[in-house]
Write a protein that binds this ligand. Sequence first.
Ligand code: CA
Length: 229
Amino acid sequence: MSATILVVEDEPGIQEVLKFNLSQHGHEVLQAEDGETALNMLRGALPDLILLDWMLPGLSGMEVARRIRNDPRVKDIPIILLTARAEERDKVQGLESGADDYITKPFSPRELMARIKAVLRRRAPQMTEDMVEVSGLRLDPACHRVYGNDVALDLGPTEFRLLHFFMTHQERVYSRSQLLDNVWGDHVFVEERTVDVHIRRLRSALESTGHDRLIQTVRGAGYRLSASV
Ligand code: CA
């Protein structure tokens, strides 16, 4: 599982340790030393997860978490709060401000990686390597393969990510803009009709086993993967 992680932390030593450990585990790391910088970065990038220090100069970590949760474009990005405070009251406050989890300094890299994995699994199942199956269509993220009724199907990298996202978010309708955010990572530089092109390619890749019917167009709203047709 490899994710893009934004680390918001003002202590250079901790930034370095985090960057080293996250990179070692195959993650892309974005760095910000305060809340303002982080919020600015989020206008041009969509990380898969945010590690957010509680005690920051300027905006507090809690305030940053609140602003992220109130911005429709970035509100769904999972947040793990990093803090030196282990009191129950602080923990509750942190979780109420919109954080998904909470980790107390000093923490072991192993614990941090386990927490990251757990949060991604819960909030962004398409980031994990768990096998998914819908009506005889099987996607294996670990080997990057797709099978329709046990026949290997040939998908391009974008079609693979698109299908993985749909299979881990079944029955829900996504607009083109939401798909760009979730599958391409950022909608800023990609036109919405790009989505239609890749949906077409995805359907054609699934056609030989009849699984193209799982990908449904919802008029005026977007696309959905549904097992019930
Ligand atoms: Ca700090």
